[in-house]
Design a protein around this ligand. Structure first.
Ligand code: HEM
Length: 455
């Protein structure tokens, strides 16, 4: 292996470096840099010098170093000032690695069944209200956000957490989230301090009907010397944001892509109806639950969800090296990272690459059908171990990924099965690219729709 000197891309903007170009259109910046500097290069993101690995064939070597490429400090540096918790106290008193492990362990496998059923129960309650019986029109994004927020928050955090006021507070925080992360002072952003306080107010104590993860978190925090009553509402408001922000966006786009094409809509509707009929578990209302088996059989819908995630997810798994380390590149070279150095992969380079995904800007409902396993797609003549990375990578990969996928299936299945729903605009909205690194791109314009419960 030869050493690869990592080219530093010159930046002409003092302080911001490449930060502004990155926030404007990171896809284009990455493509331009790759053409000029090759697969590995260093950018200056507002003072943070970060080495980017853009070749998808190099991602496995990057991911293999997960133990020494950590995100905890980076995440806390972002979340603590935004949500107002004490980073130092948390690092002094909390075993962050243990909490990360807990987040993963209690959001998968058998834990998902009760959580998903509760989310479905809550959603059905909403669909049974008089507004749905009488029919209404509105913005599809606002509607998807409302459903995901009201049903998902109660399922995760317990009975009575979600309320119209909490949703309004969430909207204010989410609207300003890129600016808050960028360090804009809260007092400059109208209503944001009140909204952040509102978001934390129903959190931080155990509730009836909360999910297993919350049970485990509260019992862990009760057993350590942590200022739980003061700090937990704020740390949990960051969890609430993480759980709802991207889920609502992807739920919206999944519905949009399916509903705008009558052929796709029919295919998915038929799958939903035939698979739901096989459910062996009924809710107290007598409706079929989307059990693990039912969810697994919704393969066509699953392909639509993966394709949506490919198009609109905007992850940026950035890590900091905890020791000097080497990453072997497929080009035959080795990239050296020094302790403390920042490094990242850029999954959208993969998601939008025309050699990997033909016509990458197009939504093709069956692109991932039977192709959800590693090595189903290829690049430079070699199969790719990772071809879809919407939820990040390694030890701090999104713990909510399995639940989020279940939520997309529940919401799509119920709406198609219960309601007549029509879009009044089918053109793809522009994406807000400033949300790069926050998980997913929101739509820049509204998609009006009409809905009425069918029965
Ligand atoms: C479409 C939905 C979602 C998307 C696209 C998404 C995306 C992401 C991404 C990209 C990360 C960073 C991973 C990394 O650095 O490698 C992340 C982290 C996280 N997500 Fe999600 N997420 C979604 C839904 C959820 C849900 C439903 C929950 C909770 C129930 C959740 C909770 C979290 C938490 C707690 C983290 C921090 C993990 C850590 O640092 O250890 N997310 N998510």
């Amino acid at each position: 292996m030869t050493d690869t000197a990592i080219p530093r891309v010159p930046a002409f903007m003092p302080y911001f470096g490449h930060g502004l170009a990155f926030g404007r259109d990171a896809d284009r910046l990455m493509q331009d840099c790759q053409r000029q500097y090759g697969d590995v290069f260093e950018l200056n993101l507002a003072g943070k010098h970060c080495t980017f690995f853009v070749n998808p064939r190099d991602y496995p070597a990057f991911i293999r170093q997960s133990k020494h490429l950590r995100s905890e400090d980076i995440s806390l540096d972002i979340a603590a000032p935004v949500f107002g918790f004490d980073k130092q106290h948390l690092q002094d008193k909390v075993d962050v690695e243990h909490v990360t492990h807990m987040n993963q362990r209690f959001m998968m496998g058998d834990e998902l069944g009760p959580l998903t059923e509760r989310m479905q129960d809550k959603l059905e309650e909403i669909l049974l209200d008089p507004r749905h019986r009488d029919g209404f029109s509105g913005s599809l994004f606002d509607y998807a956000l409302e459903l995901i927020f009201m049903a998902g928050s109660d399922a995760l955090f317990g009975e009575g957490v979600a309320s119209p006021q909490l949703l309004e507070d969430f909207k204010v925080v989410d609207k300003y989230f890129p600016l808050l992360v960028g360090g804009v002072p809260k007092w400059l952003l109208p209503g944001v301090r009140k909204a952040l306080a509102g978001l934390a107010s129903p959190l931080g104590f155990p509730r009836e009907g909360q999910c297993r993860l919350m049970d485990e978190r509260f019992s862990y925090f009760a057993g350590i010397d942590y200022r739980a009553s003061e700090e937990l509402p704020k740390t949990d408001s960051s969890l609430l944001w993480a759980a709802q922000a991207n889920t609502a966006v992807v739920a919206f786009f999944t519905l949009f892509f399916i509903l705008r094409d009558p052929v796709v809509k029919k295919i998915i509707e038929e799958e939903v109806r035939s698979v739901l009929a096989t459910s062996d578990k009924l809710s107290p209302r007598g409706t079929p639950y989307l059990t693990a088996d039912v969810l697994n059989r919704m393969e066509k819908l699953d392909s639509c969800i993966s394709e949506t995630l490919r198009l609109v997810s905007a992850p940026l798994p950035m890590r900091q090296a905890t020791q000097d380390l080497d990453i072997e590149l497929v080009s035959g070279g080795t990239a050296h990272l020094k302790q403390g150095q920042f490094a990242a992969i850029y999954p959208r380079y993969l998601h939008m690459h025309p050699d990997i995904f033909e016509q990458p800007a197009e939504f093709r409902w069956d692109r991932f059908l039977g192709k959800q396993k590693p090595n189903s797609f290829a690049y430079q003549g070699e199969p790719l171990k990772y071809a879809l990375i919407p939820f990040g990578v390694g030890l701090s990969m999104c713990p909510g990924r399995h639940f989020a996928r279940n939520e997309f299936k529940v919401i799509t299945a119920l709406l198609l099965n219960w309601c007549d729903i029509h879009l009044q605009e089918t053109r793809m909205p522009a994406l807000d690219k400033s949300r790069i690194g926050l998980g997913s791109f929101t739509p820049k314009s509204a998609i009006p729709f009409r809905l009425k419960r069918a029965a």
